[in-house]
Design a protein. Structure first.
Length: 96
């Protein structure tokens, strides 16, 4: 994201239960030139989707989920990340 599409370095955030268990990791990538923010997250709580990619148009203030992998469909080796990366690159190339 940062080198190929000129996004800022990611901003990392997470959600945590009172006992210290992390329930969600989140990375935000901003690109002011494209007026675009990309949020990539992975939630571990049973009620959450799992891995998802969201595009936020900063001018129109719209958000669209452009990819996801349910928690139960994620492989331990995280091979799903390669497909998600290629999918996201294609969307950015074609749309922005």
């Amino acid at each position: 994201m940062t080198s190929e599409f000129d996004f800022d370095e990611p901003i990392y955030g997470f959600s945590e239960q009172p006992n210290g268990t992390i329930t969600k990791d989140k990375f935000d990538f901003n690109n002011q030139r494209r007026n675009l923010k990309i949020t990539i997250s992975n939630a571990y709580h049973p009620n959450d989707y799992g891995f998802e990619i969201n595009l936020i148009d900063l001018i129109a203030e719209t958000e669209e989920m452009v990819g996801y992998v349910l928690k139960e469909n994620q492989d331990v080796e995280q091979n799903y990340l390669k497909n998600a990366s290629e999918h996201l690159k294609k969307i950015i190339d074609e749309t922005y």
